[in-house]
Structure formats: structure tokens, C-alpha cells
Write a protein that binds this ligand. Sequence first.
Ligand SMILES: Nc1ncnc2c1ncn2[C@@H]1O[C@H](COP(=O)(O)OP(=O)(O)OP(=O)(O)O)[C@@H](O)[C@H]1O
Ligand SMILES: [Mg+2]
Length: 604
Amino acid sequence: MTIEAKIEAPKSDLDKQKAYAESLSAKGFKYTFAVGTAFVESMRNTHYKHTGTALDELIDNSIEAGATQVCIALGYSGKSTATPDALAVIDDGHGMPKGMLQPAAAWGGTHRHNEENRSGFGRFGFGLPSASVNQARRYSIFSITEGGNWRSLTVDLDDIAAGKYTDNTDTVRMPDEVEGTEPPKWVMEHISEHMPGGKLTHGTIVLWEKMDRIKWKTTKGMRDNLLQHFGVMFRNYLQQVGLKFDGTSIEPLDPLFLTPGFRYFDEDEDRAKALEPAEIEVKSKRNPDKKVKIAIRYALFPHRFFSRDKDKDAQHGNSNNRFKVANDHRGVIVCRMGRQIDVVERTPWRGLEKFRNDDRYWALEIDFPAELDEEFTIANSKQGVVMSDRIWDLLQDAGVERVIRTLRKEVSAMQKADASKPEDPEKDRASEASMKESEKFRRKRAGGTSAEREAKAREQFEQYVKQKAKEQKRPEETVRNEAQEEEAKHPYKVEFASHPNAPFYRVIQRGAMKVLEINMSHRFYTDLYASAAANRFLRAGLEVMLFSVGEAELDALGNQDKSNFYHVEKIAWSERLEVALDVLHRFGHDEDVVDSEDDNIAAE
Ligand SMILES: Nc1ncnc2c1ncn2[C@@H]1O[C@H](COP(=O)(O)OP(=O)(O)OP(=O)(O)O)[C@@H](O)[C@H]1O
Ligand SMILES: [Mg+2]
């Protein structure tokens, strides 16, 4: 699937800007900030999730101006580079023509308004001023077009508040463009170091100062969060535009981890599995003759995709770099023209109302064209989408709901398969170790080891050796020696087998080894032991519990009454437990349990 990451040719875009700026000046347009100084202050509260999403607006503008390189540079007033107090977004796009800086700095000023063909990111004429005042109390635009000089304009909220822009009619005026002012020295230095050719003959700089609302105060904090953020948001554009933050090139990052060469794709040997991508053809409501497409991608991640040490869960310091990305993308990842906008965390579908922890093991992305903005309720801060009922229905018709359910089942199956694996094949399981360790405190039972028990243990051992030798096509003698060695090392051992309709566990003695065999066909295994809600500790606890009961059962060998008691009771417990666990789903708090039949999960 190719995502259309094409923006209009820069030349025609610049021409459109010229025409727009000329039409405003021909009308003798007077710039105001709507009514009074309060307007700008209240615009500061336009919702941006964080500094990164506000900066996305400026990067959008740069890409649309045909930039090949965008640099986000940090400025410092003192010697220390720990905490920046200015930031500049520098691009080598076509720049803004004379007369364009005032509308660009004001709300609603755009040459893109009501374009017949929505082919770019911008639409509202809000991005630049909204993002700027949201983060800083002072913003400037410096721009240069080919063959021209630098022009600039600065808006300072403190000056507005002090009445410096207010004229005698009480109108707050946009300051004029100033001809011939170069950007600050540190910005020029950044340009010579990081922009292609070391200088700008055309391009735009948006400078933020008096930054009072930056989410990450330190340079390090910004780097830690923003390199990844921009990599995700602009992943489909970073081949055509170079993007640097504080001198570091941003690598594209696909949160589906499906794109070779992108960040974390080959973090380790594990790879994401792509499911068949899909496309939905949609009639545009704006242009009923026009048909546009929504593209859909799916990915499924292997069970230990987020673990550093692949023998352990991605917990307690064992999670790799993919983990945070996947956690931030649980839900429907929504892109608009290949640029990520939002992750929708709820669906209207039964049982899928809310995404859960385990949903990090799969990912879903939908990419829509700006033609469908109304259907996705794109707001002017482009921070989020609310999909219309029609879009949800179209997604459902295209199989999205069904695929999500299938993906959840696959995740659940992976988890179940994994639950039976030991944490570290070299070491004892926690339960085996604790049974061994606690054995010395065991009370001596009357009867001790009966002859019957010993005979049975030998028989089990011989049977095991014969079977293994046959399976592995190896001499019995070799297998026997290995088994004896194993037996000496592991007096307790957990094994798994599938026996439909049999009790949920059994404990047998094989030579000197006590073996707990958990029945994978019983609901005890599928719904409790191997459920997503059970962690390693709980599983080890269940093993210890069954070992303890099972050991008493072994001790009963040779005592007919006791032996019969266990035999009969265990069958009764197992049957009762199978049914009760089935019913438990109706009453239990299983919202965090990945159930194999998701349709059964009651709507919240
Ligand atoms: N980096 C830039 N290079 C050239 N022109 C720019 C740049 N940034 C902004 N502009 C001009 O300023 C105008 C205002 O930008 P702003 O981001 O406020 O609105 P927009 O991009 O048109 O719409 P939206 O509110 O959807 O972002 C743009 O329409 C464009 O003409
Ligand atoms: Mg914009």
C-alpha cells in the first residue's frame, strides 16, 4: 500500500500566497485581533496535547511550503545548554511573499481557505498563531523568498497586554512587516551548520521566545520525547523532507513496526506480522461526484516483541524501545493524508468499547484524505478525530471489527501457548525451586514410602524412558541416563499435557521425581492459569498449591481408603471447577482478561 504523501508543487503554492496577499492589500484590509486584548489570551487555551503537537503545526506548514529540510533549533540566553529559552522552526520552503506575514501571524489568515481540492494539511489559518501562543508569549516570523530580503514580524503578548498595539479606536492592530531584519545570530549559526548549503535563499523561520508553556523544560527532556514523537507523526513524509531536532535527524517510526528501515523495525530478531491491508472507497459528502479512499493496515506482534530478554515478559525493566510506542498506540491509529493525527481509544462495537493492555500486541491504522475532514470532525488544532457513525459503519463493512476480534483471539492464543514455557529453561521454575527448598520442613508422614509407591514410581520411570526413546528415536540406555541425571537435579517438575475430560491436574512420581502435569484441555488452564490476568507469580502459586495437594496424594499410595478418596474427589472437583469457571465469566471482573470468545464480554 502506498500512502499519498504528495503536497502541491511549491511554485503554485507561492503564487497562490501572492494572489491572496495582494487581494487583501487591494481591499485596504486592516488587521485586528478580533475584539480587544482578551482574544489572544483566550486563544492560548486552544487544546494541544503537548509541545510536540503544537510544533507539528509549524512542521506541517513547512512541508506544505515545499521544504526539503526543516530544523528545530534551540536557543539559550546563558552559557548553559541545559534549559532552552527560545526555539526556532527553520525551513527552506518557498518562503512568504511580501504582505503574507501579517495574515500568517493572525488567526484566519490563510491562502488555503475553502480550497476546492483539499490537497494539503492546512485549512483553517489557525495553526501558526494558535500553536505559538499556546507555548510562548512571544512569536516572530522571519521569511525570505528567492531573490528577496529577509522580512519579519513579532507578536508579543506582553506588549498587547500593555496596550502597545492598541490604537485610538481601541483596536488591537497586528504589527507591520519589517523589511531587512535578519533572524537572531544563534538561528543563523544553526542554519550555517545544519541547513543544506549552510544558508537560506528562501524559507521561513518561526521563532518562539518567552516560552512559558513548554512541556519539557530541559533540552534532554525535549529530546527524549520529541525525537520519537516527530518520527511517528511524520513517518510518511520523512523520505521527502529532512527533519532535525536540535541537530539530530529524525528517523521515521512506524507504530505498526512493519516498515523496513524505520526505527525499531529491526530492534531485535522479532518481526511484526502484517495482515492483508484493505482499502475502502468512500463517496465524499462535499463533492458527491468524488470518490476517495481510506487505507487500512494491520499488524500482529509476537508474544515477546516488547521484551529485551526474550525469555521474560516485558516487565520490570525488561521492556525494549518498542514497548512505549505500542502502549501509546493502543486503539485505532488515525492518519490524515499520511500524517498521524490521533489514536482513537474507543469503538462503538460490543466488547470493544475500550482497548486494554493486551491490545498492545496488535495495531491498526486508518489513513483518510482531507476530503473527509467533516466525517472525522477534524478540529482546527488537528489534535483529535471523532468519527461519524457512517465512518464506523464503513469500517465495520470493510471487516475492521471482525479483524480486531481475530487479532485479540490470536493474542490470547499466543499468551496461552507461552504460559506453559518455563521462565528460564536453564533453571528450575519458581514453583519447582520452592517445593525443593521447603521439603526439609515437611512433616514425616505415617507409612512413609510404601513398597507400592516405589514400584509405581519405577514403573512410571520405565514407561517414560521407553516412550521418550521411541519419540526421539534414540537408544533407551541414553535416554535413561539423561532422565536419571535430570531426576537428581529436579526433584519437582511441572509438565503440560492435553487430556480432554480428564481432571485439571495430576501428580505422578517418576523415579525420584514428582511431576505435576497440568491439563491444558481443562478450563483451569485456559481460563485461569494461562489467562491474561494471571501473572508469573500467580501461576507459580497455583503450581505450588497443586504440588502440595498432589504430594499428599502420592503419600496416600498404599493406603487404599485414602487413595480412593483422592481418586474419586479429584474427578468431582474437576467437573465442578470446569462448570464454575465457565459461569464465572458472567460474574467475574474479567475486563482485563483476553477471553477466547470476546463476544461474550458484556458491554460496559
Ligand atoms: N513555513 C511556512 N512557509 C510558507 N508559508 C507559511 C509557512 N507557515 C505559514 N505559512 C503561511 O501562513 C498561513 C497561515 O498558517 P497557519 O498554519 O496559521 O494556517 P494554515 O496552515 O493555512 O491552516 P491550519 O490552521 O489548518 O494550519 C498559511 O496558510 C501559509 O500561507
Ligand atoms: Mg498550518
